[in-house]
Ligand binder design. Structure first.
Ligand SMILES: Nc1nc2c(ncn2[C@@H]2O[C@H](COP(=O)(O)OP(=O)(O)OP(=O)(O)O)[C@@H](O)[C@H]2O)c(=O)[nH]1
Ligand SMILES: [Zn+2]
Length: 374
């Protein structure tokens, strides 16, 4: 095995896992990638996984350690943006001294992507080769069942499994209540309670749901506790994006920012800026709050186009429920989301009314002041 100069300064990403296991295997390398790499290997090219993308600079982990790379001209000119390397991709590169040049992206097992609104079939790929999404929600004011439903739907659309993590359980009396609410949405996925700040439930999350060699994409709105959870899983303080200091006043282990991080139990978690953006767009995207893939398919057969599937005649959803072809849990989740949307809608309408009223009062006060000239 060839060793590069930069391998000597390889920063250890995982503070615990210092086994002799090959770096590629640690980072999720498998026979499917191996087969696609065979030809390139014969041509003397190296392979690595994308850890971070910073402008035009890519940080890769290869068999010999970490290397910074750029895209080769042919790759840059010959590909659609969705096909260019993303965090999690396995890429073939040529190393010249301390710099790599990415030649090719190995076929992906899957990709986390979204369609670009108004751009036809264009899609934005956020991460590649993801085994499951970690959907993080705080149990403070961040908790919103409709939003969780949207995340679950988007992720399922990408053919990627999900694990829902309800964080900040220390802030509510009965966290199990929220766990049941999410379970009642009818998606067959684990729902885990954590308090990342106090390191509670984090070890259980890792040992019961995160498998060594697998890659998890961390999604959640701002403030849900993504950084806190990453630190708790990693067992130290990871630098936030943009931070350069390696020093830490508390003497804790820190490392430079990486989007794809190897966790001590052997799994990888991706928390990239693109993913954060993706999370926010899912959270705020205009989508029917009551949307459920199974319900939507049935609704096409309801007698009335605006059927709410409550008591209307000729309702295909209720018929399917009675026949037993639609699981009751899915129908109940639809009703729950419907009620939530009604509540949410009223809140929004109330807020608008109050704002309008407030606007009127300030205008009146301003007029009054102008008349009185003070
Ligand atoms: N009470 C409590 N607070 C928490 C918990 N986890 C995180 N927090 C706090 O929530 C706030 C947001 O946490 P972050 O980890 O920065 O959240 P984030 O999702 O990375 O936020 P962005 O960087 O804005 O995307 C911080 O003040 C944390 O200390 C928890 O389990 N319990
Ligand atoms: Zn109906």
């Amino acid at each position: 095995m060839q060793t590069y100069a930069w391998a000597k300064v390889l920063p250890m990403i995982c503070p615990v896992n210092n086994t002799a296991m090959s770096l590629l295997l640690q980072y999720g390398w498998n026979t499917a990638f191996e087969n696609n790499y065979a030809n390139h290997k014969n041509n003397g090219l190296d392979v690595g996984r994308v850890l971070t993308i910073n402008g035009y600079l890519y940080t890769l982990i290869g068999e010999a350690g970490i290397i910074t790379a750029e895209l080769s001209g042919t790759l840059l000119n010959g590909k659609e943006s969705g096909d260019l390397p993303k965090v999690g991709d396995w890429v073939v590169f040529k190393a010249y001294e301390e710099q790599g040049y990415v030649i090719e992206v190995l076929p992906r097992l899957n990709e986390l992507s979204r369609k670009m609104p108004g751009k036809g079939m264009d899609k934005q790929v956020i991460a590649a080769n993801v085994d499951a999404a970690l959907l993080l929600q705080g149990l403070d004011r961040d908790f919103n069942l409709m939003r969780i439903q949207r995340y679950l739907y988007q992720v399922a659309n990408n053919g990627i499994g999900a694990i829902v993590v309800l964080n900040k359980k220390d802030l509510v009396e009965n966290p199990q209540y929220y766990q049941r609410e999410v379970a009642s949405l009818g998606y067959q996925c684990p729902v885990v309670l954590t308090s990342a700040l106090d390191n509670e439930g984090v070890a259980e999350l890792a040992s019961q749901h995160l498998e060594a060699g697998k890659t998890y994409a961390l999604l959640g709105t701002s403030g849900a506790g993504k950084s806190t959870l990453m630190n708790a899983l990693w067992g130290g303080i990871l630098q936030k994006e943009g931070a350069v200091s390696m020093a830490n006043s508390k003497g804790k282990h820190t490392t430079t920012y990486r989007s794809l991080v190897l966790i001590p139990n052997g799994c990888m978690v991706i928390d990239s800026p693109g993913m954060r953006e993706f999370g926010i767009t899912i959270a705020t995207e205009e989508m029917e709050g009551t949307f459920h893939p199974q319900i939507a398919a049935l609704a096409a057969h309801c007698k009335f186009g605006d059927c709410t599937h409550h008591q209307e005649p000729g309702c295909a959803v209720m018929a399917a429920m009675e026949e037993g072809t639609l699981p009751e849990v899915v129908y109940q989740s639809y009703l729950k989301l419907y009620r939530e949307q009604q509540r949410y809608g009223t809140h929004a309408a109330d807020r608008k009314r109050v704002e309008r009223q407030f606007g009127r009062i300030t205008r009146q006060a301003k007029d009054f002041r102008q008349k009185r000239k003070y």
